[in-house]
Write a protein that binds this ligand. Structure first.
Ligand SMILES: Nc1ncnc2c1ncn2[C@@H]1O[C@H](COP(=O)(O)OP(=O)(O)OP(=O)(O)O)[C@@H](O)[C@H]1O
Ligand SMILES: [Mg+2]
Length: 281
């Protein structure tokens, strides 16, 4: 048995991403159904690290609150004015005209308010697991990485995003329910991959946000357990670091661009290397 309580899925890959061929797009889902654990912060700053290694990245904002869209000061799409991710996902339209290009190597597919109805629409459709895969196939070869920033939920939309992915990075905060949330997420990935009969999904590991964790004995025990997770590698611990992240975000930039020599930028570079997304020099 794994820590998820499910029978061990010996085919599920744990560890760094297998090295990708040049010209091949890898899709990574940034997940945890628990809210406020650093999914969006890691997504926008990991994109900055990958771009600093010369890689081309597309972020797909999968959260109707549009935090990743907002982070780069991009306008959310308006369903009353034209197409959105939802019309592309459900109507098979080409999402290219919707892509914003805030930086040369970081592009972003913005969120829109109508995304809040997507889970129900997918449920009505029945077999909806292939919805994101079909839309994202249109970007194959254009980017090195597509990062999917998910909303805090396990639902039809997040399942479809997971099904479209080659691997997952799980963000977690130091909190009483951290381990339970991570293991529920892993169990969900196992279920989806079993249903798809896929054996090529890689759990890249955990990014532990210690931003809100206190220094008491209980938090220390939680942190220790997360560090020793039996299945997931520790890709990095992102501590509360003064103003770097907040200032970069206020400027609409990843910290890698705003303050490239800072320790904070270094943390996100390490995550890119430890996850196998870039090769160490
Ligand atoms: N290392 C850090 N240092 C300081 N603040 C941080 C750090 N990581 C995250 N935060 C802050 O914590 C809050 C939650 O982070 P974030 O929005 O990235 O989480 P999330 O998992 O995407 O949330 P949601 O589930 O709502 O989408 C944000 O206000 C963010 O600025
Ligand atoms: Mg978020």
């Amino acid at each position: 048995m794994t820590t998820t309580g499910l029978p061990a899925a010996d085919w599920l890959r744990y560890g760094p991403l297998p090295f990708a061929e040049r010209g091949m797009t890898r899709i990574i889902v940034m997940c945890n159904q628990k809210g406020g654990v650093g999914k969006t912060t890691t997504t926008i700053n990991l994109a900055g690290s990958l771009a600093s290694f010369g890689l081309r990245v597309l972020i797909v904002d999968g959260d109707p609150s549009g935090n990743a869209t907002d982070a780069y000061k991009i306008e959310m799409l308006d369903e009353d004015e034209g197409d959105t991710q939802v019309t592309c996902l459900l109507g098979g339209k080409d999402p290219h005209p919707l892509v914003a290009r805030p930086f040369e190597n970081i592009h972003l597919l913005p969120a829109s308010m109508d995304m809040q109805f997507l889970p129900a629409r997918l449920r009505e459709r029945g077999n909806a697991l292939h919805t994101h895969r079909k839309m994202l196939a249109r970007f194959q070869g254009e980017y090195d990485y597509i990062l999917l920033d998910t909303r805090p939920a396990i639902d039809t939309d997040t399942d479809s995003m997971t099904a479209a992915s080659d691997g997952a990075i799980t963000m977690v905060d130091v909190d009483r329910w951290a381990m339970k949330a991570v293991n529920m997420q892993l169990a969900q990935h196992e279920m989806i991959m079993e249903e798809l009969e896929r054996q090529d999904f890689t759990e890249l590991g955990l990014v532990i946000s210690t931003a809100k964790g206190g220094s008491g004995r209980f938090d220390a025990a939680v942190l220790n357990n997360l560090r020793k997770h039996p299945d997931l590698a520790n890709l990095g611990e992102v501590p509360y670091r003064g103003a770097d992240l907040k200032e970069a975000r206020a400027m609409g930039q990843p910290v890698q661009m705003y303050r490239p020599k800072s320790d904070t930028a270094g943390f996100f570079r390490d995550i890119a290397v430890k996850s196998g997304m870039v090769q160490a020099a």
